[in-house]
Ligand binder design. Structure first.
Ligand SMILES: Cc1cc2nc3c(=O)[nH]c(=O)nc-3n(C[C@H](O)[C@H](O)[C@H](O)COP(=O)(O)OP(=O)(O)OC[C@H]3O[C@@H](n4cnc5c(N)ncnc54)[C@H](O)[C@@H]3O)c2cc1C
Length: 464
C-alpha cells in the first residue's frame, strides 16, 4: 500500500494529525497496535456508570479542542462541569481541606500557615534570577513562593497533571509561562497582575467533557477517518526508501509513504528513530513514563459520608499516603453514575511510586477502598470496581526535557518527510496534543507540497 502520509499510533495525537491531513485531500493511513484507536483516551460504560481510563476533562481555553469538537459535530453532547463542583480539596493531616475555587482561595483558607501565606504573598518583593539555568519546579516555586506553598500546593498539582514530582520536573518545560513572567516583570505575581490589566485571563480554566466521556473524541475522529485506520497493526520498523519511507509491520506487511508521522509513546518512538536519527532516538529513549493505575469505584450515595462537592482531591507527598489524588466523577459531569449512586476514581503510582501501580488488581481495589474510607468516609462493598493499568503512564518533563525535544525537532529538519508528535512536546493534556498535532499536520502538508512542486518541476524539465 502506498500513501502520502503514514501515521504510526492511533491515540489522540495520531488521529488528529491524520484527520487534518485527510481534510486537505491527502491519502493517509493510521497504523494502531491496539484493536481500538484512542490510546489513553478510552471511556468505558459499566452498567450506568462511566469510567474514564485516561483523560476525563478538556480545557475549554483550548481553541484546537473546541474547534475540533464543533467540526466533529460533538457540541450538542458537550457537558460543562456540574454545579456541584464548589471547591478544590487538598489533604491536610489526613483529612480533606476545602479551598474555594477563586484566585484568593489559598490566602483566605487555613490550609497554609500564616507564615506560608505571607511568604507566598511576598513573591513580588523578591529579587529575580536571570541566569537562564533551568531549575526544577520545586526549586523555582520554592524560590519564588516559599517551600510550604510549593510542597503543599504545587507538588500535588504536578502529581495530578503529570503523575510526576516537582523535585524532578523542569520548570521551563512544565510552566514556561511562569519563567517568562519572572524574566519579563521580575516577579510572577506582578507579571500576572500586569497581564490581567492588559486583558489576559487569570490562570484557572473551565473544563468540559462529552456525555459519553472523552472517548467520544477518538470515536468521532475514527468515524471521519473510516477505512484509513488499520488497527491491530504493530509497526516494527521505519526505514528510508527511495521515495520516502518503508514502514514494516511484520506479518501485516509493509507500507510505503512519502512522509511518516510517529505518534507513539516516547520509548516506542525511540525504537523507530533508531537508524534514522540516533541522537533523536537517544533523546526519546531518555523520556521516562512511570506506571500508573486508575481505580474506579462506584458506591451507593449513602455509603459515602463526604458531600463530594468538588472535582476531587490532591495529596501532598508529605502526607505519606499511597493515593496521589482522586476525582469525584459523578459530581463533575452528569451520567457518570446511576441515580442514587456516586463514582470516584483514585490515581496510584506515577513518579511517586511506580511499583504501586503494578500491584494485582484486587490489591489496588483494596488500597483504594482503604484510602476512600479514610478520606471521604466510603463504607462497605462498592457497587462496581474496575482497574486500568498503564504500564507507561505519562511522560516526565524532567530537567533536560527542552534539549531532548529540541533534538527531536532537529531530527525532523535533518530527515525530510519525518515528523514526530505526541504528549511529550507541548504538554500532556489532550488539548496540548491537539495543538501539537495541528502543527505536525501543517508541517507534513508543507513538505508534501514542496515535494509535489519538485516532481512537477522535474516533469517540466524533462518535457523541455
Ligand atoms: C490516567 C490518565 C489521566 C489523564 N487525564 C487527563 C485529563 O483529565 N485531561 C487531559 O487533557 N489529559 C489527560 N491525560 C493525558 C492525555 O490523555 C494523554 O497525554 C493523551 O491522550 C496522549 O495521546 P497520544 O496520542 O499522544 O498518546 P497515546 O494515547 O499514548 O497514543 C499512542 C498510540 O500509539 C500506539 N502504538 C504504540 N506502539 C505502536 C506500534 N508499534 N505500532 C502502532 N501503534 C503503536 C498505542 O497503542 C497508542 O494508541 C491523562 C492521561 C492518563 C494516562
Amino acid at each position: 500500500m502506498t500513501v502520502d502520509v503514514a501515521i504510526i499510533g492511533g491515540g489522540i495525537s495520531g488521529l488528529a494529525t491524520a484527520h487534518a491531513l485527510k481534510r486537505q485531500g491527502r491519502k493517509v493511513v493510521v497504523l494502531e497496535r491496539q484493536t481500538r484507536p484512542g490510546g489513553n483516551a478510552q471511556s468505558e460504560r459499566i452498567g450506568d456508570f462511566l469510567m474514564e481510563h485516561g483523560p476525563s476533562t478538556i480545557n475549554a481555553a483550548s481553541t484546537a479542542a473546541t474547534g475540533l469538537s464543533t467540526d466533529l459535530g460533538l457540541d450538542d453532547q458537550r457537558c460543562d462541569l456540574g454545579e456541584g463542583v464548589q471547591k478544590r480539596y487538598l489533604v491536610a493531616d489526613g483529612t480533606l481541606s476545602g479551598i474555594s475555587a477563586g484566585p484568593m482561595g489559598f490566602l483566605t483558607s487555613g490550609y497554609l500557615s500564616v507564615t506560608g501565606r505571607l511568604r507566598m504573598m511576598a513573591e513580588f518583593l523578591l529579587p529575580h534570577q536571570l541566569d537562564g539555568e533551568d531549575e526544577t519546579v520545586m526549586a523555582f516555586c520554592s524560590r519564588r513562593f516559599g517551600r510550604e506553598f510549593t510542597e503543599r500546593v504545587i507538588d500535588p498539582m504536578v502529581a495530578g497533571i503529570y503523575a510526576g514530582k516537582a523535585a524532578d520536573l523542569s520548570v521551563s518545560a512544565v510552566f514556561p509561562k511562569l519563567v517568562a513572567l519572572e524574566r519579563e516583570f521580575g516577579s510572577v505575581s506582578l507579571g500576572m497582575f500586569r497581564r490581567y490589566q492588559q486583558g489576559a485571563k487569570m490562570p484557572g480554566s473551565r473544563l468540559y467533557s462529552w456525555s459519553d466521556g472523552i472517548g467520544a473524541l477518538p470515536r468521532a475522529l475514527s468515524a471521519r477517518l473510516g477505512g484509513c485506520i488499520q488497527t491491530g497493526i504493530a509497526v516494527q520498523r521505519v526505514r528510508r526508501g527511495p521515495w520516502g519511507f518503508k514502514i514494516d509491520a511484520g506479518s501485516a506487511g509493509s507500507f510505503d509513504a512519502r512522509a511518516v508521522v510517529i505518534a507513539t509513546q516516547p520509548h516506542v518512538t525511540a525504537q523507530f528513530l533508531d537508524g534514522l536519527d540516533d541522537a533523536a532516538a537517544t533523546a526519546a529513549g531518555e523520556i521516562k513514563a512511570p506506571s500508573l493505575a486508575v481505580v474506579f469505584l462506584g458506591f451507593k450515595r449513602n455509603q459515602v459520608d463526604h458531600p463530594l462537592d468538588g472535582l476531587g482531591f490532591l495529596v501532598p507527598q508529605g502526607e505519606g499516603r499511597l493515593i496521589n489524588g482522586a476525582q469525584f466523577g459523578s459530581t463533575m459531569f452528569p451520567g457518570r453514575a446511576p441515580e442514587g449512586c456516586v463514582a470516584v476514581t483514585g490515581y496510584f503510582g506515577g513518579a511517586r511510586a511506580p511499583d504501586l501501580a503494578r500491584l494485582p488488581e484486587a490489591d489496588l481495589i483494596a488500597l483504594a477502598r482503604k484510602e476512600f474510607s479514610d478520606l471521604i468516609g466510603a463504607r462497605g462493598e462498592p457497587v462496581v470496581a474496575r482497574v486500568k493499568y498503564w504500564p507507561l503512564g505519562l511522560p516526565q518533563y524532567e530537567i533536560g526535557h527542552m534539549e531532548r525535544t529540541a533534538c527531536l525537532r532537529d531530527a525532523e529538519k535533518h530527515t525530510p518527510g519525518l515528523f514526530v508528535t505526541g504528549n511529550y512536546f507541548e504538554g500532556p493534556s489532550v488539548s496540548s496534543c491537539l495543538e501539537r498535532a495541528m502543527k505536525t499536520a501543517q508541517a507534513a502538508l508543507g513538505c508534501l507540497e514542496l515535494s509535489d512542486r519538485g516532481v512537477k518541476a522535474q516533469y517540466e524539465l524533462r518535457a523541455q
